[in-house]
Ligand binder design. Structure first.
Ligand SMILES: [Zn+2]
Length: 144
C-alpha cells in the first residue's frame, strides 16, 4: 500500500486504532444500543428518552446471517470500482446482542461463512484519494 495516512470513509462510525470498534450509542433511559448512533430520540417505542451515551461497541460477535451482494450497495457503503460481488455478514455483537451489517474482509466469501461463526471487526482500505486512504469496517472470521 502507499504511504498515505489512513482516514475513515465515514467519519465518526468507528475508531481508527488497529483493534477498531464501532461507535454507537446507548439510551440512558432504557439501555438500548444503536448503531449508527442515535442522538435525537430513542427508537424503542416504549421509551421517550432523548439522552444517549456514546459507546464503543463489542468488536466481536457471531454470524447471524450472510449474503452475497451482487449489486452496488446504497450509501454510505462504498463498493470497489469496477464493482465485484462480495459477501455481507450480519453479525450479532457479543455484548450488545444487536445485529450489525458489514462487508466481509478481503479474501473471504460466503463459502467461508457459517451461521454462528465467531467474527471480529477489522479496518480495510476502500479507496485512495489524493491525500489519504479511506478505510472502513469489515467482518473477518475469527481464527482460532
Ligand atoms: Zn430508550
Amino acid at each position: 500500500m502507499s504511504g498515505k495516512p489512513q482516514a475513515p470513509a465515514i467519519e465518526g462510525w468507528y475508531t481508527m486504532e488497529a483493534e477498531t470498534r464501532l461507535i454507537g450509542s446507548c439510551c440512558k433511559s432504557c439501555g438500548t444500543y444503536f448503531f449508527p448512533k442515535q442522538s435525537h430520540y430513542c427508537k424503542n417505542p416504549d421509551c421517550e428518552s432523548t439522552d444517549f451515551d456514546e459507546v464503543e461497541l463489542s468488536r466481536t460477535g457471531h454470524v447471524w446471517s450472510y449474503t452475497n451482494a451482487s449489486y452496488q450497495p446504497p450509501a454510505p457503503f462504498v463498493a470497489p470500482d469496477p464493482f465485484e460481488p462480495y459477501a455481507i455478514a450480519a453479525v450479532q455483537l457479543e455484548k450488545e446482542q444487536m445485529v450489525v451489517l458489514g462487508q466481509v474482509a478481503d479474501g473471504f466469501s460466503v463459502d467461508d461463512l457459517k451461521v454462528g461463526m465467531p467474527m471480529e471487526l477489522v479496518l480495510e482500505p476502500l479507496h485512495e484519494t489524493e491525500d489519504d486512504v479511506k478505510v472502513t469496517w469489515k467482518w473477518r472470521p475469527l481464527s482460532h
